[in-house]
Design a protein. Structure first.
Length: 209
C-alpha cells in the first residue's frame, strides 16, 4: 500500500520558508527548488535496493554496498518539474532523465499526454516522478499512469508542497506508489492553488509570472 511521507527535516523546512516568500527572486527560487529536491531525494531513495561488491582500498580489500540493478530514472512533469532535476542529478549523476508533458482537455477536463520520452530500460529502473506542487493530483496521477503504460513499475512521486486532495487521489489511483512531500498544506482555493502554497511554481522558476 502506498504511503504519504511528509519530510519535516529542519533544513528542508528552512529552505521552504524562503521558497514560499513572495519576495524571493527567480534566481533564489530556482536554487532553492533544486536544493530542496536534493535533500528530499535522500529520504525518497532510502529503501532503494543495494548489492554487496568487493573493492580494494589503498589499505585492504573491503566489501561495500552499491545500488543494485539498473539503478534510477527521474521523470519531471513539464514544465515545473524541470526545476527539481539538477538537484537530484548532482546527487545521482548516473541516473537517466525522462520527460512527460500533459495538458487538460478543455471539454473532457481529462489530462492528455502531449510528450513522453523515457529511457528504453524504464521497466528495470527505480523511478522518481517530480512535480513541485501536488494540488488536485490529476496531472500526477495521469503521469504515473502513462509511465506505467510505457512499462514503468517501481515508481515514487516527489513533490515539494502537497494538498490533501492531491495526495488522496494519487494514493487511491496508485496504491503501489509512495508519495513524498516537504509540506502538506491545508486546502485548495477556488482557482485550484494550494493554500498557503507558493503560487505558480513554474512561473516562479522560469520568471514568467
Amino acid at each position: 500500500m502506498g504511503t504519504l511521507h511528509v519530510l519535516n527535516h529542519p533544513l528542508i523546512q528552512h529552505k521552504l520558508s524562503i521558497l514560499r516568500d513572495k519576495n524571493t527572486s527567480v534566481k533564489e527560487f530556482r536554487e532553492l527548488i533544486s536544493e530542496i529536491a536534493s535533500l528530499m531525494c535522500f529520504e525518497a531513495t532510502r529503501d532503494m535496493p543495494t548489492e554487496e561488491v568487493e573493492i580494494e582500498t589503498p589499505v585492504a580489500k573491503a566489501k561495500v554496498r552499491r545500488l543494485a540493478g539498473k539503478k534510477m530514472a527521474i521523470v519531471p512533469i513539464l514544465r515545473a518539474g524541470l526545476g527539481m532535476v539538477d538537484g537530484i542529478v548532482q546527487l545521482v549523476p548516473g541516473c537517466k532523465v525522462g520527460h512527460i508533458g500533459l495538458y487538460r482537455d478543455p471539454e473532457t477536463l481529462e489530462p492528455v499526454e502531449y510528450y513522453c520520452k523515457l529511457p528504453n530500460d524504464i521497466a528495470d529502473r527505480e523511478i522518481l516522478v517530480l512535480d513541485p506542487m501536488l494540488a488536485t493530483g490529476g496531472s500526477a496521477s495521469a503521469a504515473i499512469s502513462f509511465i506505467k503504460q510505457h512499462g514503468g513499475k517501481h515508481i515514487r512521486l516527489m513533490c515539494v508542497i502537497g494538498a490533501p486532495n492531491g495526495a488522496d487521489k494519487v494514493l487511491a489511483d496508485h496504491p503501489d506508489v509512495d508519495v513524498y512531500v516537504a509540506a502538506m498544506d491545508s486546502h485548495l482555493n477556488e482557482h485550484g492553488y494550494i493554500v498557503p502554497g507558493l503560487g505558480d511554481a513554474g512561473d516562479r522558476i522560469f520568471g514568467t509570472k
